[in-house]
Design a protein around this ligand. Structure first.
Ligand code: SF4
Length: 347
């Protein structure tokens, strides 16, 4: 075992995290759900969602048998909704192709939707004690600093270099505390800003610390200006009820309920009539909201429209819901923000 791995393991056993709700189990389903939720999301934000998800979907069968809409409802607010859709699809594949039992062959784990090499490795190591190296964002940071790797970690060349390091140091015994230790170090000590080098078990051999490069590594992604897109959301309200439209399953917020949207050149009252058959009176637009996605920002203008009467026939993929019920539906975070404001202004 390398000295690097020995120090990570010793530190994890004494100082690492041991009481997170998905630890102290070898249940691959529990580990899988937690790993997916933890992608791009902080532990503190995940815990509440994870606990609620586990109460409603305690095993593969309950997840596979649920509707996509209900799964999205339990994911609502956590973001990156393709994760929830993939989780649901993968649970159905496990039911269909693996008799409902989570597979332990690495290639089979990798064949499930939404599971990449690092996530498959974490499941393999934690649930089946079959050591496989991981390389998530936190671990990339620890490696790039400790082994003084210059260059953006997203380029294939640097990524290949980091995988080599990951493979080289992966121990065959104590694989779980080692893997957990790397995750814990990245999340709590070797943090993105202000790493706590003085209490780091890797201090004496850390290239970044020795060369005073810890604030410069990992090399940031070359900056491109983030495009700003605009949309207008139609807040069609009749009494205490609002109209929601189901979004197409591909694209942003796929499969979630949201307000109907119009293009900049379209007129809200005309679209309300031509698309939904609604006679409306416009109100003052609400304050604009800006929502950040990975590759762009979305500026949302919420346009309230009072509906004079609801039509007898409903356009497909739309639903009228009381505002307080809509808040609990499978909706994106900015839509929930708008509904909360509407709800408060009514009470
Ligand atoms: S010494 Fe500092 S920079 Fe190096 S691995 Fe530890 S926390 Fe990160």
């Amino acid at each position: 075992m390398t000295d690097f791995a020995l120090r990570v393991i010793a530190w994890q056993k004494q100082h690492g995290r041991h009481d997170l709700p998905w630890q102290n189990t070898i249940n691959p389903y529990v580990i899988w759900v937690s790993e997916i939720m933890l992608q791009q999301t902080q532990v503190t934000a995940v815990i509440g969602y994870f606990l609620r998800f586990m109460v409603r979907f305690p095993d593969i069968a309950s997840l596979a048998n649920a509707t996509q809409e209900e799964v999205l409802q339990y994911w609502s607010g956590l973001g990156y909704y393709s994760r929830a859709r993939n989780l649901h699809q993968a649970a159905q594949k496990i039911t269909r192709d693996f008799s409902g039992i989570f597979p332990h062959q690495f290639s089979d784990i990798l064949s499930l939707s939404g599971i990449g090499r690092s996530t498959a490795a974490a499941i393999s190591t934690f649930a089946f004690n079959i050591p496989q190296p991981i390389l998530d964002g936190n671990v990339k940071r620890v490696f790039a600093r400790h082994f003084l790797i210059e260059g953006w970690t997203g380029t294939p060349k640097i990524e290949a270099q980091l995988w080599q390091i990951a493979e080289l140091h992966m121990p065959t015994i104590d694989a779980s505390p080692y893997t957990q230790g790397l995750m814990d170090l990245g999340a709590t000590i070797c943090t993105r800003t202000k790493p706590k080098c003085q209490v780091c078990p890797l201090l004496s051999s850390c290239g970044a610390y020795i060369h005073k490069r810890e604030s410069k590594l990992p090399t940031p992604k070359p900056r491109k200006p983030i495009p700003l897109k605009q949309t207008t959301m139609l807040i069609l309200r009749c009494g205490n009820e609002i109209l929601l439209e189901k979004r197409p399953s591909n694209g942003i917020w796929g499969g979630l309920w949201s307000f109907p949207e119009i293009e900049a050149h379209e007129i809200a009252t005309e679209i309300a009539y031509s698309k939904f058959g609604l006679n409306v009176e416009p109100e003052e637009p609400l304050e604009n909201i800006e929502h950040a996605f990975t590759h762009f920002k979305l500026a949302i203008t919420p346009q309230p429209l009072i509906v004079l009467y609801q039509p007898k026939r409903l356009v497909s993929n739309t639903i009228w819901l009381p505002i307080e019920d809509a808040i609990d539906a499978a909706i994106p975070a900015p839509v929930r923000g708008i509904l909360n404001k509407l709800n408060m202004s009514q009470s």
